[in-house]
Design a protein around this ligand. Sequence first.
Ligand SMILES: [Zn+2]
Length: 127
Amino acid sequence: MTAIGPVRRDGRGDPFFDGAASDRLVVRRCASCERWFAPDATGCPGCGTDDLTWAEASGEAVLVSWAVAHFRTGETAPLALVELAEGPWMYTRLEAVAAPREGLPLRARFVHPDEGESYPVFEERGR
Ligand SMILES: [Zn+2]
């Protein structure tokens, strides 16, 4: 199993990647109603504001669903939808999970590749 090439900054924003570079999971949070959102969220459906701040999450999550992506190059990558302890769902990569199941406790770990951005992967908690 190999990675899918270097990770580039995308819609998730600089604080997400700056956080990952220093081993912190930084996601969006609504300053007025204190709900948490995925790093690519653009607004709060709760109160209607599009002024989300950034905040550091615990890095703990549970597995919601997963799939193995197959690329034309023949590479595969395990992709997952996880629910952070703070509530939001985000798409991420799974690593070192032998037997994925719904509700599996996960924890973020950060990969710092030579090329491209640091990024989180989620692995089984308590290993
Ligand atoms: Zn809000």
